[in-house]
Design a protein around this ligand. Structure first.
Ligand code: ZN
Length: 410
């Protein structure tokens, strides 16, 4: 009798356990969002009192007024603001905890620009296999740079002859091919040294014209874009001429390089919030040398971003964070910084959604709230077009049609 009761109890508990994460489960449910004020990521203005119907993880319809679907789950947003999920064009996420932190902040897609052991590709594969608590990832694998990470040689011991340095067109091509063979969706390289290390000069150029051209050409043969880290102008301009898809940071870009980027359609991902992180205590960096450097860099990066936006260079939002336990940067910080550089609230939101998706080459599936795209959405409380700081108040995150965060009491 006792064991029967026990069994009943177990069955009852199993039935009552909520399916928080429906890993690999077919998405057949219909979700209807009503009374939304919609910023769809592509239109010039917001749309009021909209109904969005989501079926099988995709947006099925976007329409004015109230629509009903029998048997569907309905979330009445009561005039709250619905936006596409953020597409963070520059992140460094190396574990599941960080990936979940990114998603819960509203970043439904990450372009991961350099981590060890292909953790980014692993997170991507899990996400695409149906783990709805993980964001989608556009993975780069390792940074392709003169000093490859030591972990790279642990993955590819046959490349140990490059431990003293990666140079030469043939060698960089080999490394690009290795990244692609291991599943990279994008190649990350560097035109200058880093800003986030105390003993480097971020203006200093690395890689020759020939090496940069070889990196871009090898990636292009596989239909893959190259994102190039560059602060100094010479290294950045060389990367633009080589055909990089985006310049990451761009702190010291000259007017001539900006004009060239405008002409060639090269995207600028300034990651201004990173430079603030160099200065502020805590966060991903906490070093007095970097804090002093950051104070010198911040006015420059803001000036370059403002100028680039005015000239019509395509600006994209990225956090350049690891989303680690100490990380304080999130996409809303960068969006607010872009507005402070003179971009309109709407353009800054597009920089974090549709324009970012275009930079990554995935605007046919994310970055906007329109029919047939993936249902990656965020809900915020107040109108970000009236006050951009409202964008920090992410209440709901929907990933591939699944509500993964809900901070509203409905
Ligand atoms: Zn970075």
């Amino acid at each position: 009798m006792k064991s029967k009761l026990c069994l009943l109890l177990i069955v009852f508990l199993l039935l009552m356990t909520p399916a928080v994460v429906s890993f690999g489960q077919p998405q057949t449910k219909t979700l209807v969002l009503t009374h939304a004020n919609l910023i769809d990521g592509v239109s010039a203005t917001a749309l009021n009192d909209v109904t969005v119907i989501i079926k099988d993880g995709r947006i099925d319809s976007v329409s004015a007024g109230v629509e009903t679907v029998p048997g569907a789950t309905v979330l009445d947003l009561k005039g709250r603001w619905l936006l596409p999920g953020f597409v963070d064009a520059h992140a460094h996420v190396s574990d599941m905890r960080a990936a979940r932190a990114a998603l819960s902040s509203g970043s439904t897609t990450l372009r991961c620009l350099g981590v060890n052991h292909f953790a980014d590709a692993g997170i991507r594969d899990l996400s695409r296999a149906g783990a709805v608590d993980l964001p989608d990832v556009i993975a780069a694998g390792y940074h392709v740079r003169p000093r490859m990470a030591e972990e790279f040689f642990m993955n590819f011991p046959a490349m140990s002859n490059l431990m003293t340095g990666l140079s030469g067109a043939e060698n960089v091509r080999r490394v690009v091919r290795l990244m692609i063979e291991r599943g990279a969706n994008v190649i990350k390289t560097m035109g200058t040294e880093r800003a986030g290390l105390p003993d480097t000069d971020p203006r200093k150029r690395i890689f020759t014209d020939e090496e940069l051209a070889a990196i871009v050409d090898e990636a292009r043969r596989h239909n893959i874009f190259v994102a190039c880290h560059a602060h100094g102008d010479e290294g950045a301009q060389a990367a633009v001429r080589a055909g990089a898809r985006s310049i990451e940071h761009g702190t010291y870009l000259s007017d001539q390089t900006l004009a060239l980027m405008k002409e060639r359609g090269t995207y600028l991902v300034p990651t201004i919030a990173t430079v603030i992180d160099l200065i502020d205590p805590g966060g991903d960096y906490d070093n007095p040398v970097l804090a002093v450097r950051g104070r010198a860099m911040l006015p420059r990066i803001r000036e370059v971003t403002a100028k680039a936006a005015k000239m019509g260079v395509r600006i994209v939002a990225g956090t350049d964070t690891s989303y680690g336990p100490a990380s304080i940067r999130r996409m809303p910080h960068e969006i607010i910084e872009l507005v402070a550089c003179g971009m309109s609230q709407m353009d800054a939101i597009k920089a974090a959604t549709s324009v970012s998706a275009a930079c990554l080459g995935i605007d046919n599936r994310v970055g906007a709230v329109k029919k047939a795209l993936e249902a990656d959405l965020v809900v915020i409380d107040r109108n970000p077009l009236a006050d951009i700081t409202a964008i920090q108040d992410v209440l709901v995150v929907i990933n591939n049609g699944h509500v993964v965060v809900n901070r509203i009491a409905w």
